[in-house]
Structure formats: structure tokens, C-alpha cells
Design a binder for this molecule. Structure first.
Ligand code: 5RP
Length: 223
């Protein structure tokens, strides 16, 4: 059922893409449905180019014939389509379940418009049931873990089999069980200020339009 909802949301987002646009291309299983639908439009003759937010997305784009842009060649993007792990009524989000939070945040911040695609389970009243991913430098990452522990936050080093998971940027991820968040903005700022933290998976002001896939169609909400 969730896959069906993700497909509905991804396909609805693909319909928003216009000829000639420069795109930010998010990461994850919901975005994969968007890329499938976009690939079909490209095969039909549409001309668009996009900055991928992960090596995984870049590989999917290659397979679908979607032209890629180097982030260094653009100052801004017309439209970004990305997923989320949780999103609240004020469009605040937790992202980074797929490990691409740093590139996702950069791409969102150079986009005129950001559309987030989710299945209905991602829509929450309060953020925080999903552990917040925090990208950290590998050197001394225990220092950040200790700092977080001092704030009462259990931070688990993400693993990939027996080894730590490494992001496309060569960093580690700490998945932080924070509990339901009263004031995510303040927490995001405190986490971001820690030495060794590269980026925090709390996205406070990055979504303009939300597309929720449901069994009966797509629900579109705009800020
Ligand atoms: C990757 C992300 C994804 O957008 C998020 O994890 C949602 O993924 P999915 O659509 O597979 O549920 O933030 O870093």
C-alpha cells in the first residue's frame, strides 16, 4: 500500500515539470517513482536537466535517460522534487533516512520551489518518532555522540553491514532518537553548532508544496 501511495505522489510530481526546467532530484524510494515518470516524459521528447542529490539518484537518472547537471554549473534551480521521512503541518521535516541530507539541503536551498512527495504515513502532527539523521565528520565522531548524550539524546552510528555507513560525502551518520520535538528550530540550531557536525536532518523551511499519495489519488498542499 505504501508503495502504491509513493507511486501516486511521484507521478503527480512529474506532472509539475515543465519543458526546459532545471531540476533538483532528491533521493529515496518515492523519488524513484517520480524519476520513472519523468524518464517517460523525457523519452517522449521533454528536455530537462537535473542535479542529483546522491550517487544512487545519478545512477537511476543515467538508466532513465535523464540528463544531469553539475551543481557547480548552476546558481539556482527551477524546481526540486524530494522525499521526506516525516513532515508536520507547518511543513517542517525530518530527512536523511536515505543518507543524502547534506546534498538534499543544498539543492533545496538553491531551488525556486521545493515539492516534497510522501506516502500518507509520513505526515505527522509532531516530528520526532523517526530518529533525526545527523551527518558528522568521521574524525572524532564519538565527540558529537558524547555531546548529544549530554543533551539526553541517544545517537546511534548508522551501519552498513559490519562497517559504519558512509555518505556520498565521505562522512558518517548518527541516527538520533530525540523523542517528539517541541521546538525543532532551536534543536536544529544547537545540533548544527556542534563541532564535527556537518548537517542536521531537520529541514525547517525548505518545503513549498507537499504531495501526499493516497489510495484514492494525490493530495496537494501548498504553504
Ligand atoms: C534521503 C531522504 C529521503 O527523501 C527520505 O528518506 C524518504 O525516503 P523514501 O521516499 O524512500 O521513504 O531524505 O536522504
Amino acid at each position: 500500500m505504501r508503495n502504491r501511495e509513493k507511486k501516486v505522489a511521484g507521478e503527480a510530481a512529474a506532472a509539475l515539470v515543465e519543458e526546459g526546467m532545471t531540476l533538483g532530484l532528491g533521493t529515496g524510494s518515492t523519488v524513484a517513482f517520480f524519476l520513472d515518470a519523468l524518464g517517460e516524459r523525457v523519452r517522449g521528447g521533454m528536455n530537462v536537466r537535473g542535479v542529483p542529490t546522491s550517487e544512487q539518484t545519478a545512477a537511476v537518472c543515467h538508466a532513465r535517460g535523464i540528463a544531469l547537471l553539475d551543481i557547480h554549473s548552476v546558481d539556482r534551480l527551477d524546481l526540486t522534487i524530494d522525499g521526506a521521512d516525516e513532515i508536520d503541518p507547518r511543513f517542517r521535516m525530518i530527512k536523511g533516512g536515505g543518507g543524502a541530507l547534506l546534498r538534499e539541503k543544498i539543492v533545496a536551498e538553491i531551488s525556486e520551489r521545493v515539492v516534497i512527495v510522501v506516502d500518507s504515513a509520513k505526515v505527522v502532527e509532531w516530528l520526532g518518532a523517526f530518529p533525526v539523521p545527523v551527518e558528522v565528520v568521521r574524525f572524532g565522531c564519538q565527540h558529537v555522540q558524547r555531546h548529544l548524550a549530554g543533551m539526553g539524546i541517544a545517537a546511534k552510528l548508522r551501519s552498513n553491514g559490519d562497517a559504519p555507513y558512509t555518505t556520498d560525502n565521505g562522512h558518517y551518520i548518527l541516527d538520533c532518537a530525540m523523542g517528539l520535538l517541541d521546538e525543532p528550530e532551536g534543536l536544529a540550531a544547537r545540533v548544527k553548532a556542534m563541532t564535527g557536525v556537518v548537517e542536521c536532518g531537520l529541514f525547517m523551511n525548505h518545503c513549498h508544496t507537499l504531495i501526499i499519495g493516497t489510495e484514492t489519488g494525490a493530495i496537494v498542499r501548498t504553504k
